[in-house]
Ligand binder design. Sequence first.
Ligand SMILES: [Cu+2]
Length: 151
Amino acid sequence: MTRIRPYILFAFFALAVSIGAFLPLSNVAAHGALSIKDGMAVVVGDAVAVYFKLGNTGHEDRLIGVRSPVAETASLHGTNAEGNQDQMIPLDDIEIPFLGDVAFVPGGYHVMLEGVQQPMQSGAKIPITLIFEDNDPMTFVVPLHMAGEQD
Ligand SMILES: [Cu+2]
């Protein structure tokens, strides 16, 4: 009996870990070699910018599109520093290096949502689906933050 107990404990531990893996965490998602963390959406004027860290523990791939059911259009953007003004550029695709991470951050790559149909309230959950050349599409949810709420 006492010999079995550690295995039972381990079974409980393994069960807890597998349940945890399926909890809907808004900021963390994983799909094969790709993972998402630190996801968030920020209202910028009448659009919404989405930031996250895309992790890759696998082969190189290419991000070729983005969708969101709450927006009329979703697109991939880069940022060009032009003088002292950052200019956003629409991108057809973004390269994901072999074993490399890609940061979507203010002043860099981001996802741009336009024509957002749901009320843009702080804490609203925005679903984002990334479409890759090789990997399966990946969906995750980011919380909305109101930048310049006081303006
Ligand atoms: Cu943009």
